[in-house]
Write a protein that binds this ligand. Structure first.
Ligand code: PAZ
Length: 317
């Protein structure tokens, strides 16, 4: 498998068609919150795709429902952060995640009386819906959350770099919480066929190339003062901590949240250069619907405060 540099990746892969619109939204959001001295977190969420055809019928996907990212975004908002929620299109989103599938429709009643139709929330659903709706309305009224979405790995990288360029001005007030499951492999643009692959042409041979490691320029060049948290997903327990430590040694960022696919919703390990801390939900907590993201975000917010306090005062602009 071959790999290209990150510069080469951006030179070869053109920005997505809605890129300039998203860049303007990101710029406006960061400038507005920077003016008030707010903290901003970039939460990435969901998996990226690698298209096998330009007119894409098939693609390779990365596993992630967006549970981690969408829940975490809500807890960062609760802690007073402005949130850029950069997510895979159609993956879980903050607030609406509580009512996925048929849950919302099951909470409603409908009465048709002649020309008047009334829709009401069932009395026993008000207590469930109201707190989420209130937090949703408050976040939107305050302009505290911006949604931007990606599908392919190339769209993800273009958005990630654009968000970093806008966040750089915030210096240590910015947090990057990179929970998305990003493909390590891709097919270079010139090797992707234009049209749907035909079975009549025989079994296709597909060579995947290594995606350049964007964490290196991100930490060193794009947002050198930010508090950067990456995530490490493994399926083999023996690899988890060694790989998290190796990432910290290599990229010199602040934290790796290590998790196993099988247990990710009730156990994580926060690995930092100085220490490692396990967070485990009890059986009762899992049963009661406690989100592990509440504890993860709480700890990151605490450590970020130290990071921001320890940073030298910003130079006047
Ligand atoms: O989205 P989800 O809740 O189903 O899963 C979250 C996760 C496992 C994708 C995330 O915690 C994570 O580890 N992201 C990084 C994955 C990676 O190593 O590429």
């Amino acid at each position: 498998m071959t790999s290209s540099s990150w510069e080469e990746f951006f030179a070869v892969h053109l920005p997505p068609t809605d890129f300039e619109d998203n860049r303007s939204l990101l710029k406006e959001f960061c400038e507005r919150h920077d003016q008030y001295g707010n903290k901003i977190v970039l939460v990435t969420s969901g998996g990226t795709t690698v298209p096998l055809e330009h007119n894409t019928v098939r693609f390779v996907d990365n596993f992630s429902a967006g549970t981690r990212g969408s829940a975490s975004a809500e807890y960062f908002l609760e802690q007073g952060y402005a949130v850029i929620f950069m997510h895979r299109q159609k993956s879980l989103e903050p607030f609406t995640r509580h009512f996925s599938g048929q849950k919302l429709l099951d909470m409603l009643d409908i009465q048709e009386r002649g020309p008047n139709t009334t829709i009401t929330v069932k009395p026993d659903s008000v207590d469930v819906l109201a707190p989420v709706l209130l937090r949703y309305k408050a976040a939107h009224a305050a302009g505290a959350i911006l949604y931007v979405s990606f599908t392919t790995v190339s769209e993800y990288f273009w958005l990630l770099r654009a968000a970093c360029e806008c966040l750089a001005n915030l210096g240590p007030r910015a947090v990057l919480y990179l929970a998305a499951a990003v493909s390590d492999f891709y097919i270079p643009k010139d090797k992707v066929p234009t049209h749907k692959m035909q079975s009549g042409s025989g079994a296709p041979v597909i060579q995947l190339h290594l995606v350049p490691k964007m964490l290196a320029p991100l930490v060193n060049l794009w947002v050198p003062e930010a508090y950067v948290v990456s995530f490490k997903l493994e399926t083999d327990e023996n690899l988890l901590i060694p790989k998290a430590r190796a990432a910290l040694d290599k990229y010199k960022h602040k934290m790796v949240v290590a998790n196993l696919l099988q247990t990710r919703h009730h156990r994580v390990i926060l690995v930092s250069p100085e220490a490692s801390q396990e967070i485990v939900l009890t059986r009762e907590e899992v049963h009661a619907g406690v989100d592990i993201e509440s504890a993860i975000v709480g700890e990151i917010v605490r450590l970020h405060a130290h990071h921001a306090d320890a940073a030298p005062a910003p130079a006047p602009r």
